[in-house]
Design a protein around this ligand. Structure first.
Ligand SMILES: NC(=O)C1=CN([C@@H]2O[C@H](COP(=O)(O)OP(=O)(O)OC[C@H]3O[C@@H](n4cnc5c(N)ncnc54)[C@H](O)[C@@H]3O)[C@@H](O)[C@H]2O)C=CC1
Ligand SMILES: NCC(=O)COP(=O)(O)O
Length: 327
């Protein structure tokens, strides 16, 4: 059975979402995967648009035009200048895409980047997509887990969009174990890795140097690794964070469990910003996104690179195919 199309959300209208959607369509129109954009059709320039009324019409339209479920914006858009008046439409597109995925009418959700501060200003109460999607389509008892993946590396931050001091204060063995278990299960289910190998990062320089450079590695990370091993997961750590991402170290694990946002995202974005994909693990639906943000500084200039969005669309289709074959 062919998969239904993917749903691509509009993201921040003042960012590069519409440009990279057009670029992704141009790159994928002949090969797929097909996708339908939930957004304002008038924002798409330079490529033909097919306004469709249902995702079921997207596959037939896709080779000739970018299919759009037209969702007009309430306020005019100035590239590079987000307007909180458009925030409800941005959020509604995410909700609609999730509803379509839950109903099996799209194979998965791919999100264009949102301007988080603009949504917060409009009353959005979630740190980002990851937590919001956890609320909309999560699995009871399991956290939604952010993973960034490129061909050479997968990283999972255990804490996310919060001040670093608070993130460190929140670290517990249970939090690390919960994220690692969701990761291991997703690597098996969605990526076909039968026995995932996890590398758990330390927090302090040299992973604490036997407790002389900080006690968190000994008191928080090591017990988490021990529990994972007791549960049959091939986990190692705490590993010194400065050497675990080297070319020699990367092939020794399938995912790096990292303790905070930048510990995870700096290595992967440095390695492969264009090929990196953000995927949410632990959801009932498939969700990916480009690894980058709204790029307000170049919005509307025709300079945005669609590569990461293309990789996100391909990865979402691959995961959906994997799930459909194993169900
Ligand atoms: N999944 C999501 O919704 C994400 C949203 N964001 C949000 O994006 C906003 C801006 O974040 P920043 O830290 O400035 O990161 P950013 O990724 O938007 O921009 C960083 C730099 O990379 C460049 N860049 C990013 N994507 C590019 C592309 N496709 N082609 C060419 N150049 C590109 C930008 O022009 C900028 O110079 C924030 O509100 C942040 O919360 C950030 C990451 C993911
Ligand atoms: N820095 C990664 C990022 O912002 C992704 O967040 P999310 O909106 O996908 O939760």
């Amino acid at each position: 059975m062919p998969l239904p199309p993917l749903a691509l959300t509009m993201g921040e209208p003042a960012g590069i979402g519409a440009e990279i959607a057009a670029g992704a369509w141009a790159a994928l129109r002949a090969t797929g995967p097909a996708f339908v954009l939930l957004g304002d059709a008038t924002r798409i320039a330079a490529v033909p648009v097919a306004r469709v009324t249902a995702p079921e019409d997207a596959a037939a339209a896709f080779p000739a035009a970018l299919p759009v479920l037209h969702r007009p914006l309430p306020a005019p858009v100035t590239p590079g200048r987000p307007d909180p008046a458009n925030a409800p439409a941005v959020i509604a597109a995410i909700e609609e895409a999730v509803a379509l995925a839950k109903a099996g009418r799209v194979a998965g959700v791919v999100t264009n980047p949102i301007q988080k501060a603009t949504l917060y200003a409009a009353g959005f109460r979630h740190p980002g997509h990851t937590e919001y999607l956890g609320a909309l389509a999560g699995t009871p008892g399991r956290p939604p887990v952010m993973m960034l993946a490129c061909p050479e590396l997968r990283v999972v931050p255990v804490t996310g969009h919060e001040p670093l001091a608070r993130a460190i204060a929140r670290l517990t063995p249970a939090l690390i174990v919960a994220h690692a278990l969701v990761t291991a299960e997703a690597l098996r289910r969605d990526f076909g890795i039968a026995a995932p190998r996890l590398a758990v990062a330390g927090l302090n320089p040299h992973a604490g140097e036997d407790g002389t450079l900080g006690t968190e590695d000994r008191d928080i990370v090591a017990p988490a690794v021990a529990e994972l091993r007791a549960r049959g997961i091939e986990a190692r750590g705490p590993l010194p964070p400065d050497t675990m991402f080297t070319p020699l170290a990367r092939p020794t694990y399938d995912a790096a469990i990292c303790l905070y946002h930048d510990q995870a995202l700096i290595p992967i974005k440095t390695l492969d910003m264009a090929g990196g994909v953000n995927v949410t693990l632990g959801l009932s639906i498939v969700r990916t996104s480009p690894d980058h943000g709204t790029a307000l500084d170049i919005a509307g200039q025709g300079r945005a690179d669609p590569s990461s969005l293309i990789a996100a669309l391909r990865m979402a289709a691959a995961i959906a195919r994997h799930r459909s074959l194993s169900s």
